[in-house]
Design a protein around this ligand. Structure first.
Ligand SMILES: [Ca+2]
Ligand SMILES: [Ca+2]
Length: 174
C-alpha cells in the first residue's frame, strides 16, 4: 500500500502498489463518534431529578458509600444522604455544581443522625467543601452515621441544578 488519501466526506481511498485501490466508507463511524460520551456532564437537570428520590428529609436520607454521587436539585425539595464513618478517618465532602445562574446556587450542610447541624458550606463559587480532620471543621467525626443535606441557596425552592457530591477519606483535588 503506497498511499491513503481522503476522497470526500466519510470516505478514504487506499491505493496499493499493484494498481488496485480500496474505498473505505467511514460515514457511519463518524456519526457514531459524535454521540455524547457516557461520562459527559448532564446538561438537563431534569434528567437526574428522580435518581435518588425520595430523600427529602433527615429521616429518608439515602445511604451512600464513599465515592461520587450525581443527582440534581429540581426546585421542589432538598436531597439528604447518609454515610457511616469509623471514628478515625478524616472525612471530606465536596459538592460541585454549575454557577451559570445565581438562582441555581446550591449549598451543603452536615448533620448528626440526631439532626444537629455540624457544618455549613455556602459559597457561590460552584464548589462547597466540608472537611472533618484533626484541624478542620471541628475535628474528626466520632464513629456513627451522619447526614449530608444538599439544597438551593437560602432554602430557595426555585433552584434547578445538577450536582456531583463526593464523599471520602482523602482530600479532593483542589
Ligand atoms: Ca430530594
Ligand atoms: Ca453555594
Amino acid at each position: 500500500m503506497s498511499l491513503a488519501k481522503r476522497a470526500g466526506a466519510g470516505l478514504a481511498v487506499l491505493v496499493f502498489a499493484g494498481g488496485c485501490s480500496l474505498v473505505l466508507d467511514f460515514s457511519e463511524l463518524e456519526t457514531t463518534v459524535d454521540a455524547t460520551p457516557p461520562d459527559a456532564p448532564v446538561a438537563d437537570a431534569a434528567l437526574q431529578c428522580p435518581a435518588s428520590e425520595p430523600n427529602d428529609d433527615l429521616a429518608t436520607a439515602q445511604p451512600i458509600v464513599f465515592g461520587v454521587t450525581e443527582a440534581a436539585i429540581c426546585g421542589d425539595n432538598d436531597d439528604f444522604y447518609a454515610f457511616m464513618t469509623n471514628g478515625t478517618d478524616e472525612i471530606f465532602i465536596a459538592l460541585t455544581y454549575s454557577t451559570a445562574a445565581i438562582a441555581n446556587d446550591l449549598d451543603l450542610e452536615l448533620y448528626s443522625q440526631a439532626g444537629e447541624l455540624l457544618n455549613v458550606a455556602s459559597g457561590i463559587e460552584g464548589r462547597e467543601l466540608v472537611a472533618r480532620t484533626a484541624t478542620q471543621g471541628g475535628g474528626i467525626l466520632v464513629a456513627g452515621t451522619y447526614v449530608i443535606r444538599v439544597y438551593g441557596r437560602s432554602g430557595s425552592t426555585a433552584a434547578n441544578n445538577d450536582y456531583q457530591l463526593s464523599v471520602g477519606t482523602t482530600a479532593p483535588a483542589p
